[in-house]
Design a protein around this ligand. Structure first.
Ligand SMILES: Cc1ncc(C[n+]2csc(CCOP(=O)(O)OP(=O)(O)O)c2C)c(N)n1
Ligand code: SF4
Length: 321
């Protein structure tokens, strides 16, 4: 096992996806992972004056890291999300090197990495460095016109407006945009699968109605286990699996439950009479609302599967043809 890891590190050191680019100004050495490279280069269109180690393959290439630490006065790590590389450096290189990044607040500890936060970390700006033309208006993200998730939220909103204390727990995917106007339909988004377990916890705590909205792909990723838990305890929850037959948010990859969601839920033990389906379209609004209402009122586990293909996905398939 130890030898395998050593081999992986060697492979990383030889990989074309890990590039060490030397430069004159060694007061700073920069480790940039994935998209961070682009954000970095936006600030240096004519070339970065500091050495850069571009990371595109893991585990970290130890030789190149060591070179950077030995030759640069301080290291700046640019990576999205969790400070994985920054923390690993301690294990790799000991405590000697001065490393800046998310852990010391050079990059904000929360939120996504952006060209702006990289500019601030480089000391090139104090606030926004991107020159936005005045004609460009702020435009919050929104569900596409014609998206089936829209119809689901419109129907859900109509039904839950009849309850005083309804809560809709959701998850991450295009459908998360149901949190924003005009829907303002969902109350939480924590991590993949949490919609189901949070709905269960809330129902256990006495909340009614307790509803989860989860995408088909997120459901097969990590919603199934929570649903099994609900079945085992016959928890009064309504789980909406909004099936657009693809993994839309990340670019339209295949979704592993396509065509099998009903069977999966039945296999877990959901009562087949409480696995309902409809096609989320305006013309079906009445049917959608009455199914949602009936299943909310059922004091056990119910699953509703609105199923209509993502329109962007349909468009892509047509283009390929
Ligand atoms: C643990 C984890 N893995 C991967 C991702 C990336 N990711 C964001 S949304 C998503 C899936 C969305 O697909 P789906 O549930 O089908 O919803 P849709 O976007 O199609 O509405 C994935 C994999 C993530 N956020 N968290
Ligand atoms: S990409 Fe597809 S799922 Fe996402 S908002 Fe647009 S139509 Fe809806």
């Amino acid at each position: 096992m130890i030898n395998a890891q050593k081999n992986f590190v060697e492979l990383s050191e030889q990989s074309v996806y890990n590039q060490l680019i030397d430069a004159q100004d060694k007061t700073l050495g920069i480790i940039a992972c994935g998209i961070a490279v682009n954000y970095l280069m936006e600030h240096y269109p004519d070339g970065c004056p500091h050495p850069i180690l571009k990371i595109g393959q893991y585990p970290l290439p130890k030789k190149q890291l060591q070179w950077l630490v030995d030759n640069c006065e301080r290291i700046l790590t640019l990576e999205d999300g969790y400070p994985f590389v920054e923390e690993s450096l301690k294990g790799y290189l000991g405590q000697g090197a001065t490393v800046n990044g998310r852990l010391d607040g050079t990059i904000p500890r929360d939120g996504e990495l952006t060209p702006d936060s990289v500019g601030v970390a480089l000391g090139l700006a104090t606030v926004s460095t991107v020159d936005v033309p005045s004609v460009v208006k702020m435009r919050p993200p929104t569900l596409c016109q014609g998206c089936g998730h829209r119809d689901v939220y419109e129907a859900l909103n109509e039904v839950v407006s009849g309850y005083d204390n309804a809560r809709i727990f959701s998850d991450i995917g295009c459908y998360t945009l149901g949190a924003l106007p005009p829907f303002r339909a969902i109350h939480s988004c924590v991590d993949m699968g949490a919609s189901v377990t949070m709905a269960k916890g809330a129902a256990d705590g006495g909340l009614f109605p307790s509803i989860a909205v989860i995408g088909d792909s997120t459901f097969t990723h990590s919603g199934i286990t929570g649903l099994l838990d609900c079945v085992n305890e016959n928890t009064p929850v309504t789980i909406v699996i909004s099936d657009n037959e693809t993994t839309a948010m990340t670019g339209g990859q295949d979704s592993s439950g396509t065509g099998r969601l009903h069977a999966i839920c039945e296999g877990i033990g959901v009562d087949p009479t409480h696995i309902r389906s409809f096609v989320p379209l305006k013309k079906n609004r009445e049917e959608m609302c009455s199914i949602i209402r009936e299943e909310i009122e059922y004091k056990g586990v119910s699953v509703i599967i609105p199923c209509r293909e993502c329109i962007q996905h349909i468009g892509k398939k047509k283009k390929v043809k």
